[in-house]
Ligand binder design. Structure first.
Ligand SMILES: [Zn+2]
Length: 390
């Protein structure tokens, strides 16, 4: 079940650099620099574009492959400007570099928009890559038709798939800490990668005697974990697309209700097909049922005003369900205003912080009413969706 790993890891980073957040301002145009860092044991050098510079000397740096690094002022030994353009890695160079960071046994599968790193079978990686490519195209078509300017991600999107859950958890603990065993896949805003594992376990399992192995797609989609697998992959890949096509800006204060609302809008699997996912706009039945069973007055206003409910130990799934319901309702009834609201969010600089009042007034400006006023209509619309034949 997709939880909030990327935000958890970012929250950790941001807490550690409170001064950077408080003083962040955006330079007019990113400047490429070489920065020498002092480390605990070894010094290291990084090159990239300075996205944000704090008055205390802290820096948010974008590396050539679009990873972000938050550099604390104390870690920076020296800085010098570079006048060359950022080097562009070929998918092969990118693959080699990522493979060097992963445990032994990984391989890569390169498609038009993705670099998939896997230690599952190649068939499993190919099935997943086809799903990502379909999502990539459907996502672009949907938002372009809705009137939002979408750009193709400038570099391949990286997805890492582990065959084995334990190896995944050991790797993911770097990003997620103790939550790694509860989070089955995540998109990390700093590394810009999706990491997950073979949820179906279909790949490495010995076959029961007498049962022939079917095609990989059939094996995957007949697994009891198929629905969870497809929604996890599509959910995290939707976040990755949204943060790489100009819809959201990484580390900007994008409200969680909107980023999670969009990911849950897209995540609905198609269990009738061995391809697992077909397109957009299907009713997300688990989220709809959850919303109708748990919503309380004031829920919509509370997720618009703050991200706290998504991060709470208790009931974050209620917040996800409310985010899906609100997003579904706005896309159904106020698509143009919703797109305008996305544009407003995309214009905010990284590492900013919006107050509750600011978030509420942004919403009211875009939609012409308060979230509290819209709540009754959301509940009514969701009840109507639930009464549709399945
Ligand atoms: Zn999510």
């Amino acid at each position: 079940m997709p939880l909030l790993p990327r935000f958890r890891s970012i929250a950790v980073a941001l807490t550690a650099s409170a001064a950077l957040v408080a003083a962040a301002g955006e330079p007019a145009r990113p400047i490429r620099e070489r920065i020498e860092l002092r480390g605990d044991s070894v010094a290291r050098r990084v090159e990239g574009s300075v996205l944000v510079e704090a008055v205390d000397g802290g820096v948010l740096l974008e590396l050539a492959d679009e990873r972000y690094e938050l550099l604390q002022p104390g870690a920076i030994a020296s800085r010098s400007p570079l006048d060359d353009a950022a080097p562009i890695e070929t998918p092969q160079e990118l693959s080699r570099r990522i493979l060097a960071e992963l445990p032994a046994g990984f391989d890569v599968h390169v498609t038009r928009h993705y670099v998939i790193c896997f230690d599952t079978s190649r068939d499993y990686a190919k099935w997943s890559a086809a799903l990502f490519e379909r999502l990539h195209d459907a996502f672009g078509n949907f938002w372009t038709k809705a009137g939002l300017e979408i750009s193709d991600p400038p570099r391949p999107l990286v997805v890492v798939i582990f065959a084995d859950r334990r190896a995944y958890e050991a790797h993911a603990a770097r990003d997620l800490g103790g939550a790694a065993d509860r989070v089955v896949g995540y998109y990390n805003l700093l590394s810009n990668r999706v990491t997950t594992f073979d949820l179906t376990g279909t790949d490495g399992l010995p076959r029961p005697v007498g049962r022939p192995r079917g095609s990989p797609a059939v094996e995957i989609m007949t697994s009891p974990a198929a629905a969870g697998l497809v929604s996890t992959l599509v959910h995290e890949a939707t976040h990755q697309m949204a943060f790489n096509c100009g819809m959201h800006r990484r580390l900007a204060p994008v409200p969680l209700w909107v980023s999670e609302g969009i990911a849950t809008y897209f995540e609905t699997p198609d269990l009738e097909s061995i391809r697992g996912w077909r397109g957009i706009g299907a009713v997300n039945r688990p989220r709809l049922d959850h919303f109708l069973a748990t919503h309380r007055p004031g829920d919509i206003a509370s997720i618009v005003a703050s991200d706290d409910r998504f991060r709470a130990a208790e009931g974050p799934l209620d917040a996800y369900a409310a985010a899906w319901a609100l997003t579904r309702h706005l896309i159904d009834t106020r698509r143009r205003e919703f797109v305008e609201y996305l544009r407003l969010q995309a214009a905010k600089p990284p590492l900013g912080d919006d107050s509750r009042d600011r978030r509420l007034s942004d919403f009211e400006t875009a939609f012409g009413e308060t979230p509290a006023a819209i709540e009754a209509a959301v509940i009514k619309a969701m009840a109507r969706l639930a009464s549709r034949p399945r």
